[in-house]
Design a protein around this ligand. Structure first.
Ligand code: FDA
Length: 396
């Protein structure tokens, strides 16, 4: 099999399919090369099977990148409302869970079907189980890029790299995009797992080890970032939305602090307990505002437990301070095996922010997670995939 196209897209994930349907609707002949046996595997598993497909509050401030301005143009030109419009045209029912996060009512499968239906309507050719054996790059404007694959040889003047990040290797993730970028002289910023559970070890893990499954609201702070949401104790450490969010800002050795009474005046609360329930022990009172087992463990290992009336003012202040600014000493992360995203990636310095085209290699584009733009938890990563895919799809 062989063929000539206007654009070849490597990766049939969120960004690749969006790029394909956008270019296809412009009348371009488009080929999507996907090495997995089906497209959109991460979309299928996302949002617990219901795909948190966008966030209505997405702004550039919700993204991490060495150049925080890079994502602005694409996000402004393809907003959550553009994607919602497509979802509605396809009759897919959705709801807002919290904080602007939109999920399918039924299944993520509907999002993949929608993208594939749009691709089919736009005449896009999708080759799955198709592995690239060799990439040729020449001077001829018309066939600048030649892909030799297990399903034939293909050529095009434009090549879009939408091969994603390194998270969840079992879903088809590969370092292909980073390697290709380096081969073409692009800088690739160091990659690491993001939106990932943190691990604890030794004396920092032991007190929490048997509390797996316990969840409580916290505010997690690290490196000037702060997220208020739930913390979940796991068998190996901590997870839950507050921890996943802060994990993208944390690196080994960084100071990570938790407010265990978020939104409350800790000292005022303790003083009120002292006045109203002088005979009650601290662990009993804490057990009324957080899971009892967690309160008990706090008082066994980190806080002195006594009847409230026995604390003097400096001691109350000290306890309030520890509750407000509890140090969580993480040893590492669960890594790419469970991470939702990969931080770092192809340096945006040598990409056009309006088209995603390489400034080094005409006709070469990078979109989606392979680029050094990483969103917070909550639909922001798909919004980047749609927006960057749309930008490149309009340019190829
Ligand atoms: P994506 O990973 O989607 O696609 C890349 C594609 O390239 C894959 O199909 C892969 O098989 C293919 N590929 C790789 N190497 C190749 C090669 N050499 N040749 C051919 N093909 C190749 N985000 C969000 O906004 N809301 C959510 O609910 C979730 N939920 C979620 C759950 C889980 C478990 C994970 C792991 C991730 C999420 N995310 C998320 C993140 C989101 O899935 C992710 O940011 C986007 O899928 C990125 O889109 P891309 O198209 O860039 O990569």
């Amino acid at each position: 099999m062989s063929g000539h196209f206007d654009a070849m897209i490597v990766g049939g994930g969120a960004a690749g399919l969006m790029c394909a349907l956008t270019a296809g609707h412009r009348g371009k002949r488009v080929l999507v090369v996907e090495h997995a046996n089906r497209v959109g595997k991460k979309i299928l598993m996302s949002g617990g099977g219901r795909c948190n497909f966008t966030n209505t509050g997405a702004t550039p401030a919700n993204y991490l990148s060495a150049n925080p301005h890079f994502c602005k143009s694409a996000l402004a030109r393809y907003t959550p409302w553009h994607f919602i419009d497509m979802v509605e045209r396809h009759g897919i029912a959705y709801h807002e869970k919290e904080l602007g996060q939109l999920f399918c009512d039924e299944s993520s499968k509907l999002i993949v079907k929608m993208l594939l239906d749009e691709c089919a309507a736009a005449g896009v050719r999708v080759e799955t189980a198709c592995s690239i054996e060799r990439l040729g790059h020449g001077d001829s404007d018309d066939a600048r890029f030649r892909l030799h694959t297990t399903r034939g040889n293909f050529s095009a003047p434009s090549l879009v790299i939408a091969s994603g990040g390194l998270s969840i290797p079992s879903m088809g993730a590969s370092g292909f995009g980073y390697e290709l970028a380096r081969n073409f002289g692009h800088a690739v910023l160091p990659t690491r797992a993001g939106l990932v559970p943190l691990t604890l070890s030794g004396k920092h893990q032991a007190p929490l080890a048997d509390l797996a499954g316990v969840a409580l609201p916290v505010t997690a702070r690290c490196n000037n970032a702060s997220f208020s949401n739930y913390l979940l104790v796991t068998h190996r450490g901590v997870s839950g939305p507050a921890i996943l969010q802060i994990s993208s800002f944390w690196q080994p050795g960084d100071d990570l602090r938790l407010d265990l009474l978020p939104g409350q005046d800790a000292l005022g609360t303790l003083q009120q307990w002292q006045r109203d329930r002088p005979a009650a022990e601290l662990k009993t009172m804490l057990g009324e505002v957080m899971p009892k087992r967690f309160a008990q463990r706090l008082c066994e290992h980190w806080l002195p437990n006594r009847p409230m009336k026995q604390y003097n003012a400096p001691q109350l202040r000290e306890i309030a301070e520890r509750l407000r600014d509890w140090s969580l000493v993480a040893s590492g992360t669960e890594g790419y095996r469970t991470a939702e995203v990969t931080l770092g990636g192809v340096d945006t310095d040598e990409l056009s922010s309006s088209t995603m085209q390489s400034r080094r290699v005409p006709g070469l584009y990078f979109i989606g997670e392979v680029v050094d733009v990483t969103g917070w938890l909550g639909g922001y990563n798909f919004q980047w995939a749609w927006a960057s895919g749309h930008a490149a799809g309009n340019a190829v």
